[in-house]
Design a binder for this molecule. Structure first.
Ligand SMILES: *Cc1c(COP(=O)(O)O)cnc(C)c1O
Ligand code: SF4
Length: 351
């Protein structure tokens, strides 16, 4: 599914004034390797006169994407080792990832699954979906099914409802989580009817991917309101990106606006080492410094957890900042700590 005016070819980018005719041949080689799509809504936010536009930086391809570094891989978070059936990843005991499609409405140039999204075998076959559902049904320890991809909201309401119907028939599935960028990048896709079909026997949670406050347009705000009003709690996830949001003021504005829209910031992801993504890298020290500065100035309900997905499929871990430094043992067997407060001052504490 795509909107009439979406940008899907390098020629579209040239016509929109987002890249020059001279750059087009090099970018065509990039797009052969990594899919291209920019929705009208996101294209309209780009200022073509600004060479460091944070929306363009996420979606407009660059020749640097073909410069693959030795520490970059096609599967940076290690989905592969935990794939138990086509489209189904089971890494943690109580939850699985189900990927009903490889398609997205936009292709983020830093995507951790960029090697697999946007390809020809777009949707999971009926047989593979049957096998995935059977796997979940056979395992009572699976409490939550996370629909991801690709982007599950590229599916029609009818296909989405059919998948939810099948999950609803599995009594031990108590939560279904949908990871999507669609409410932000193609907000009119999320109609009131879409929001209503998500309301089920189980709790349906939506996690929207959003990286810059400018993405939160009036239309996106309306889509988020339709979800929350329909009884779907909404969380957000953001990737820390140099050239987009690796800046305390930008992230503070983003997280504040999300909370004002009734969206709880959930994760700030340290960038995964996907191929050709060097231009986006920030250091962990930068990420921790940003998080530490937000701790003092930003309401607690707007604070996400800063996480790293350990390469190789070893899982996600919070990476700080850690306010505790161990000083030694206390006499009663407890530990002596130094605790740093939001102003950066240290305090002794035992516990
Ligand atoms: C990220 C991820 C999840 C979800 O993790 P939460 O910490 O619950 O958000 C589940 N399975 C896999 C394989 C993941 O990569
Ligand atoms: S929407 Fe998500 S899965 Fe799709 S390209 Fe962007 S980051 Fe990757």
């Amino acid at each position: 599914m795509s909107g009439a005016g979406d940008l899907r070819r390098v020629a579209d980018l040239v016509a929109a004034g987002l890249v020059s005719v001279e750059d087009a041949p090099a970018l065509a080689r990039v797009v052969d390797r990594f899919a291209l799509a920019i929705t009208d809504e996101m294209a309209a936010l780009i200022d073509p006169a600004d060479p460091s536009d944070p929306i363009a930086a996420q979606f407009v391809p660059s020749p640097e994407e073909l410069d693959v570094r030795p520490d970059e891989t096609t599967d940076p978070i290690g989905d592969g080792p935990h794939e138990v059936a086509p489209g189904l990843t089971h890494r943690y005991p109580d939850r699985v990832l189900l990927k009903p499609t490889h398609l997205c409405r936009v292709y983020c140039r830093f995507c951790f699954r960029r090697d697999r999204v946007g390809d020809g075998e777009a949707n999971l076959s009926e047989a593979d979906l049957d096998a995935a559902i059977a796997y979940v049904a056979a395992r009572p320890e699976i409490f939550e099914v996370i629909l991801t991809g690709g982007d599950p909201l590229v599916l029609s309401d009818r296909r989405l409802a059919a998948i939810l119907d099948r999950l609803e028939a599995i009594p031990h599935v108590e939560v279904v989580r949908i990871h999507s960028r669609v409410p932000i990048v193609d907000p009119t896709r999320v109609s009131a009817a879409t929001a209503r079909l998500l309301r089920r026997r189980f709790a349906t949670w939506m996690v929207v991917h959003v990286d810059h406050p400018r993405e939160l347009t009036e239309d996106a705000a309306a889509a988020l309101a339709r979800l929350v009003d329909a009884g779907v709690p909404v969380l957000s996830q953001t990737t820390l990106l140099t050239g987009v949001n690796a800046d305390a003021a930008v992230l503070e504005a983003l997280f504040r606006r999300l909370v004002a829209l009734r969206v709880k910031p959930y994760y700030l992801h340290h960038l995964d080492r996907a191929e050709g993504t060097l231009r986006y890298r920030a250091t962990v020290e930068e990420g921790r410094a940003i998080m530490a500065s937000l701790r003092g100035s930003l309401t607690g309900i707007a604070q996400p957890t800063y996480v790293l997905d350990i390469p190789g499929g070893h899982g996600k871990v919070p990476i700080g900042p850690d306010p505790l430094t161990k000083l030694g043992e206390a006499e009663d067997g407890a530990t002596r700590w130094s605790v740093e407060d939001p102003n950066g001052d240290a305090h002794d504490w035992e516990g």
